[in-house]
Design a protein around this ligand. Structure first.
Ligand code: SF4
Length: 290
């Protein structure tokens, strides 16, 4: 799609504007030569000053084929639920103008407002840890980020659960994250380090062998530091892309190198149904994952 940005804020890079667009235009690309593009977005963001002080002004125009919609938002007299820095005000003005234009053009609201990227739970946790109560954090999500009430509650309850689990973890407890950075295909929204090129799949056997050496080294460090292993998360990428032999070898190496008696969590990411089979699930289960 065509993207025109007049950003006088000094904050927010072009990538941010692109990710914002993807909320209403999933799967769009932003080619340099955009003259033939059907959809477009225009963003204007500036800081203004008057007798009421400094505020932000955002204008957004979105087009989808023949149809278009415009909106603007100013933070003049806007009161945040939880005080934040100048940069958040710029993001808020832009986000609210974008959502209004999008709602009018496409006829629906976005359940997570203008939040981009991952982990709204992390935002909830940050504020809960600072001592804000659930009601205030919910209001921050719904009022300042335009998140739907049920999604705000979901983020808060998940954050509370996470905090409860973290309380159980002492200072000498560590977590192990193991990445298998290969995927059968690339998901449109993916921003992770992962290889989906068939030629690069040839690297998997070597990768697993090096990973085993790394695991052995890591286990020695954990012992030297007198730490306890509290969590293991095998993610990626797509760990279930490994064949049965590779999977069995990797999980066996973990059992051999680490003391698993203190584990609170042992997770294996299995989010790609196209890589799940009865055989690999049996192997995962037989090594005590879960
Ligand atoms: S499965 Fe995950 S890591 Fe792989 S392409 Fe999809 S989102 Fe990215």
């Amino acid at each position: 799609m065509r993207l025109i940005i007049e950003n006088k804020s000094g904050y927010l890079n072009d990538y941010y504007f692109q990710t914002l667009c993807l909320l209403y235009y999933p799967g769009e690309k932003f080619p340099k030569n955009d003259s033939g593009e059907i959809n477009s977005a225009f963003f204007y963001l500036d800081k203004k000053e008057n007798e009421n002080g400094i505020h932000w002004l955002a204008k957004v125009k979105l087009s989808a084929g023949e149809k278009s919609s415009e909106a603007f938002f100013t933070t003049e007299n806007y009161k945040l639920v939880i005080e934040c820095g100048d940069e958040f005000f710029a993001t808020l003005a832009l986000g609210k103008a974008f959502l209004q234009a999008g709602r009018e053009l496409f006829g629906f609201s976005l359940p997570w407002g203008y939040i981009t990227g991952l982990r709204p739970v992390k935002r909830a946790k940050n504020y809960l840890e600072k001592g804000y109560d659930d009601k205030t954090v919910k209001r921050m999500f719904t009022d300042d980020y335009d998140v739907a009430g049920n999604k705000a509650e979901l983020a808060i309850s998940t954050a509370r659960l996470e905090m409860k689990m973290l309380e159980k973890i002492g200072h000498n407890v560590c977590g192990l994250y193991i990445s298998i950075p290969f995927c059968p295909t690339r998901c449109e929204y993916c921003s992770f380090v992962s290889y989906s090129n068939a030629k690069l799949f040839k690297l998997i056997p070597d990768y697993i062998e090096k990973l085993k050496l790394d695991l052995l080294r890591t286990s020695k460090i954990i012992k030297e530091l007198d730490f306890t292993l509290g969590t293991i998360y095998i993610g990626g990428g797509t760990p279930s892309i490994l064949n049965c032999e590779q999977l069995d070898g990797l999980l066996g190496e973990i059992e051999k190198d680490f003391d698993l008696s203190g584990l609170l969590e042992y997770s294996f990411e299995a989010g790609r149904p196209d890589t799940i089979s009865v055989d690999n699930l049996r192997i995962i289960k037989s090594h005590g994952v879960g």
